[in-house]
Design a protein around this ligand. Sequence first.
Ligand code: ATP
Length: 229
Amino acid sequence: MALVELRGVSKSFRKGDETITPLDNIDLDIEAGEFVSLMGPSGTGKSTLLNLVSGIDRPDSGTITVDGTEVTKLSRSKLADWRAANLGYIFQTHNLIPVLTAYENVELPTLLLKLSSSQRRQRVELAMEAVGLSDRSDHYPRQLSGGQEQRVGIARAIVAHPKVVVADEPTGSLDTETSEQVQILLQRLNKELDITLLMVTHDTDAARIASRQLVLDRGKFIESQIAVA
Ligand SMILES: Nc1ncnc2c1ncn2[C@@H]1O[C@H](COP(=O)(O)OP(=O)(O)OP(=O)(O)O)[C@@H](O)[C@H]1O
């Protein structure tokens, strides 16, 4: 069984009189340790897919299973606990809390886990180290560069040792050089820490660093051209 398994997943939204169906009976398998990129025209349902995999939203039909847990069956409260322990989310803009230091921002998701304070400290320190920011722990977001802020966002996403990390345009708001650094970091986390990644991107260079490229269009996955480039 794949680490992430989508079977017959559909999701529609009503827009006035119209019904739009970004995801139409989709199947997807992501194996443990894979790095999958997802591209596609604007509004085709890429973020919707990430929200379904992470249990933020529910499909109209179909099942989503992550590491043997059928996420689509979990109650709301169970879902919150499951997400805290199993899923990391990297946003386009890092969404850091400005009044907390880098360390405290990364620590936040661990407060939902049953850990001793020394286990918690160890996790945060490891995550800060993994993104190369151990020396910036006491800095506030305003004291960090855009790339450093995004790296703190990445540390926050991996601090709970999640099974899967989903990333929604993680390099979308960065300049070319910083974007490349974040791409290298994501690739390293995938290869060295064996983190399974599903990354939405509009950037073909970013998509190329993934081990598998998918394109979503009109409710379905299509073969990616860049996979054979
Ligand atoms: N909660 C919602 N209510 C109504 N419509 C929604 C909702 N969420 C998404 N949609 C619609 O579903 C479609 C897919 O949206 P989604 O954000 O998943 O696309 P996307 O591929 O991530 O787009 P982009 O590349 O521009 O970020 C869009 O038409 C969007 O307007």
